[in-house]
Design a protein around this ligand. Structure first.
Ligand code: KIV
Ligand code: ZN
Length: 512
């Protein structure tokens, strides 16, 4: 059978970032965008440039970095949004503007306070304006899942005539059921007279846990682009998960007339990168990327798999990027071996100074931990330490002590810009004492929303990877730190979050 192409549109950096607490810095977005490009994702929605200067800069940086994927920017159907999106995408090799306006009765009446005729007029105007910046324009009737199909047919015909090459059907509130959503997409493709001049896309939210099922039903009914996110990140209950869409279509080629060109072996490394940066842990039983997704506990299953893998496995772990946690390097490994192994893991350094920096951290780690696994290496280079050179606040020294029956105590020395500050504090435990001492110096008054520690590998000499989520004045940031000493990892994570607070400005939400 002649396979059609299913376009994968990743919106981890835009809708994914709308998960409360999942905000990312410009550099983190660039890092994720590079991983998506390596995975051969077709379109990367990099952000919503009008939302804030930070969002604008992030889209611009992604547009200037990515060469193989199309870089897309979101814009409401407003001149100011479209102009900002066009501006941010100027440096892109291939750019798309994604403009949207709500079409459901409740959104038009209560949110937009507009008549349907005005909505059609504004959508057409937005598409025409976006076409002045790029030939590649996508239009979304927001809340299509609760819109009147007759009205959808009317607005879709008008935007295709105005120059939209992709028409995206969002189930914005995750309300639809699979058979119903598939039927809606089928009806639109059949009824819109110029439907053959556009690719139909879907964008499903997971409020009822149906985002992937709804997307797949739409694909079976003619959609040829799916919007999705790594680990299913996204507004509220999230979006359809990229890894589940890609693997469902690939595993069931007997049912789908199309396939993606995604390199699935990049799925697990990218999932880890996203969860490390956002601080959103992946549940162990999550399909494809959960720690247990390929683990067989029952003796009967283990026996079956040993006899023939296919008895209980429908996919191969290595095909989605699970590799054995191989021991690769140790204390005596040289710079070349270090760089070569990281290259094999897909990590490229921008400069010799970056290699030297990372190698110095590797030697430090190898002094404390004899066996360095791939996951340790990944943490070493995704660790927030990598950005440390550009951070205003740095950890200079830390001493923490705890004793049974006594309150823990911490002495901390920090450097803010070029000045050193010291503080001593007591706390419920060493981590509490360290955070209090840092707060005594910085006085950020940020609220701690999340503190989590994960071991990167097994064993008591494993590095602890700490995530700290801080909130200040409506702004939420995640900080990360890794070290074999979890108190030091905690201090690094807290300082990383404070650095982000110092860099950040407030941003707007696309759907408000
Ligand atoms: O969920 C939604 O409707 C969106 C649109 C902006 C496509 O995210
Ligand atoms: Zn959405």
């Amino acid at each position: 059978m002649n396979r059609e192409k299913l376009i994968i549109f990743d919106t981890t950096l835009r809708d994914g970032e709308q998960s409360p607490g999942a905000s990312m810095t410009r550099d983190e977005k660039v890092r994720i965008a590079k991983a998506l490009e390596k995975m051969r994702v077709d379109v990367i929605e990099a952000g919503f440039p009008v939302a804030s200067p930070g969002d604008f800069e992030a889209v611009k940086a992604v547009a200037e970095t990515i060469k193989d994927s199309i870089v897309c920017a979101l814009a409401r159907a407003k001149d100011i949004d479209i102009d900002r999106a066009g501006e941010a995408l100027k440096g892109a090799n291939a750019a798309r503007i994604h403009t949207f306006i709500a079409t459901s009765p409740i959104h038009m009446k209560e949110k937009l306070r507009m008549e349907p005729d005005q909505v059609v007029e504004q959508a057409v105007r937005a598409v025409k304006r976006a076409r002045q910046y790029t030939d590649n324009v996508e239009f979304s009737p927001e809340d299509a899942g609760r819109s009147d199909p007759d009205f959808l047919c009317r607005i879709i015909e008008a935007v295709i005539d105005a120059g939209a090459g992709t028409v995206n059907i969002p189930d914005t509130v995750g309300y639809n059921l699979p058979h119903q959503f598939g039927a809606l997409v089928k009806q639109l493709i059949e009824r819109v007279p110029n439907a053959d001049q556009a690719v139909f896309s879907v964008h499903c939210h997971n409020d009822l846990g149906l985002a992937v099922a709804n997307s797949l039903s739409a694909v079976l009914n003619g959609a040829r682009q799916v919007e999705c996110t790594i680990n299913g990140l996204g507004e509220r209950a999230g979006n359809a998960s990229l890894e589940e869409i890609v693997m469902a279509v690939r595993t069931r080629q007997d049912l789908f007339p199309c396939d993606t060109t995604v390199d699935a072996t990049q799925i697990v490394p990218t999932s880890r990168l996203v969860s490390g940066i956002t601080g959103f842990a992946v549940q162990p039983n999550k399909a494809i990327v959960g720690a247990n997704a390929f683990a067989h506990e029952s003796g009967i299953h283990q026996d079956g798999v040993l006899k023939r893998r296919e008895t209980y496995e429908i996919m191969r772990a290595e095909d989605v990027g699970w590799s054995a946690n191989r021991m690769v390097l140790g204390k005596h490994s040289g710079r070349n071996a270090f760089r070569t192994r990281l290259k094999e893991l897909g990590v490229e350094f921008a400069s010799e100074a970056d290699v030297n920096n990372a190698f110095a951290r590797f030697k430090e780690l190898a002094d404390k931990k004899h066996e360095i696994f791939d996951d340790d290496l990944q943490a070493l280079v995704t660790d927030a330490n990598i950005d440390a050179e550009n951070e205003r606040l740095k950890l200079v020294a830390l001493k923490a002590s705890s004793e049974t029956g006594e309150r823990a105590e911490a002495k901390v020395t920090l450097r803010l810009d070029n000045e050193e500050f010291k503080a001593n504090e007591k706390g419920a435990g060493p981590v509490d004492a360290v955070f209090k001492a840092i707060e005594k110096i910085i006085k950020s008054e940020a609220q701690l929303q999340l503190y989590s520690v994960n071991n990167i590998t097994t064993g008591t000499d494993s590095q602890g990877e700490v995530t700290v989520r801080l909130m200040k004045g409506g702004m939420i940031v995640n900080g990360q730190g890794a070290d074999t000493d979890i108190v030091i990892a905690s201090a690094k994570a807290y300082i990383n979050a404070l650095n982000k607070i110092m860099m950040r400005t407030e941003r707007a939400h696309p759907q408000v």
